[in-house]
Design a protein around this ligand. Structure first.
Ligand code: BES
Ligand code: MN
Ligand code: MN
Length: 454
């Protein structure tokens, strides 16, 4: 392994240049105009795997292709399924970036670009780890399947079907996903829980056209006003979600877990400062960490309606809309939560408007990784070797839709080994990935594969 680690250190510059090439491709899955860029990103990965002698193909789905790459030449050894995503979130608001989102720049040891940490940089670390193992030892210590998809940021709607149809090819003993983060600089982490997510989109229709707000105002319901009331009904005055039944199935935090969270270094003042908010907010009775990691939420992600242009325009808009997501925790069920949301919406909608509910992007359940999952000990050891510190166990508030599917459909536990940092600005302007961490991630992955194949 010493040769492998030396190789990874010696190739640092080349790895960074290759990652920069990957990051230049604006593979935004949410935007149909970028469909060909998503394909280019998939092709970039395909050629990486081709040059390493993997059995690789781009597999069609109802949307962007899946990159499926296999190296299965270690008979008798376990098989790992490494998952990642090559698609990225939209880059807007573009003016807030200090350098262009798809023209990667290095500043202070960080690489700035959309997708740097989420998830091109993190998933590429595993690609480079197998490359180093193959280069130095001519083989891999176990069987490896990579599944890198192009629709994670749009809810992975086509992936469950693909997995169902290709179960045999995807069969594995365990999964590895690097699409989360360390607890902080110098504090590597293993994530043992992710929140689930349910998306909704509401549209409120009023008059059949925009009306003069002086001539008609007062006699017609204003869809923007009505939508504001509807949205206000989603929470009580203190920050709890007010949809009846919303918390019914929630598995409350256990005492040991609350203690473990409390033992992690965390500073509310720092968090407020780093986010630029005057106060933190949320559900009463829980710490900020508990609220982010282990409590369900409802958030408006986008709100639109009425005149948005320069100056003013005195109208009663014909319609208004909102995009909403709810984050779920164990044991909440996406279908039940969707139904409760819909029932609540019907109850609070005034008869003076028409509300339509578009089911946003489907839903996926929360994830809990058993602490005694297969190869968990090896993951701890690999992080220790790669990052030089013992990892802590954390939960994360974000969602990776397909992870639950891996356990349900393929029967495997998934090790969630995040290499990013909490201030990496994922989905925000100035997304970054620390380049020293990128190299440590490659070393960690090489150690993990080595330890799991022993
Ligand atoms: N990598 C994130 C999820 C994540 C972020 C997990 C930080 C843990 C820590 C992933 O790419 C993501 O953004 N997922 C979306 C899923 C949604 C679009 C269905 C999310 O959580 O919003
Ligand atoms: Mn991600
Ligand atoms: Mn993301």
């Amino acid at each position: 392994m010493q040769n492998v680690i030396d190789f990874i250190k010696a190739n640092r510059g080349r790895y960074e240049n290759e990652l920069i090439e990957f990051l230049k491709i604006p593979s935004v899955s949410a935007q149909s105009a970028r469909k060909s860029d998503c394909l280019r990103a998939a092709r970039f990965l395909e050629s990486q795997f081709q040059s390493m002698g993997f059995d690789v193909s781009l597999r069609p789905t109802g949307g962007n292709p899946v990159v499926l790459a296999r190296w299965h030449h270690a008979p008798g050894k376990p098989t790992v399924l490494i998952y990642g995503h090559y698609d990225v979130q939209p880059e807007d608001p573009i003016d807030e970036w200090n350098s262009p989102p798809f023209d990667p720049q290095i500043r202070d040891g960080n690489l700035y670009a959309r997708g740097a940490t989420d998830d091109k940089g993190q998933s590429f670390a595993h690609v480079k780890a197998v490359e180093a193992l193959l280069a130095e030892t001519g083989a891999l210590p176990l069987n490896v399947t990579f599944l890198i998809e192009g629709e994670e940021e749009i809810h992975s709607a086509n992936l469950p079907h693909f997995i169902h149809e290709n179960k045999e090819e995807l069969a594995a003993d365990f999964g590895v996903v690097s699409d989360s983060s360390q607890y902080g600089p110098g504090v590597p982490a293993i994530t043992y829980a992710l929140r689930g997510i349910v998306g909704e989109e509401i549209r409120v229709d009023g008059p059949d056209r925009d009306l003069h707000s002086g001539v008609f105002g007062g006699a017609v319901q204003n869809p923007c006003n009505a939508l504001a009331r509807i949205i206000a009904s989603f929470h009580d005055g203190e920050g709890r979600v007010a949809i009846p039944g919303f918390y019914d199935d929630v598995l409350d935090l256990e005492a040991w877990e609350r203690e473990a969270f409390a033992a992690l270094p965390s500073d509310e003042e720092d968090l407020k400062k780093s986010l630029g908010v005057p106060e933190l907010a949320g559900e009463p009775g829980y710490t900020p960490l508990e609220r982010r990691w282990a409590r369900p939420t409802l958030d408006v992600n986008g709100l639109f309606g009425g005149y948005q242009g320069e100056g003013s325009k005195t109208i009663i808009p014909a319609w208004a809309g909102a995009k909403i997501t709810m984050r779920l925790v164990p044991n909440q069920d996406p279908a039940t939560i969707h139904r409760l949301f819909e029932e609540h919406l019907r109850r609070v909608t005034p008869p003076s408007v028409k509300v339509t509910l578009k089911k946003g992007g489907g839903g996926n359940g929360p994830v809990l990784v058993p602490r005694d999952a297969r190869f968990m000990k090896e993951a701890v050891r690999a992080l220790e070797l790669g990052f030089g510190a013992k990892p802590v166990f954390v939960r994360e508030g974000g969602s990776i839709p397909i992870v639950l599917n891996f356990s349900q459909e393929l029967g495997i536990d998934v090790l969630l080994i995040g290499f990013g940092l909490p201030d990496d600005n994922l989905h925000s302007p100035n997304e970054k990935f620390n380049l020293a961490d990128f190299n440590r991630a490659i070393q960690t992955s090489a150690w993990l594969l080595h330890l799991c194949g022993e």
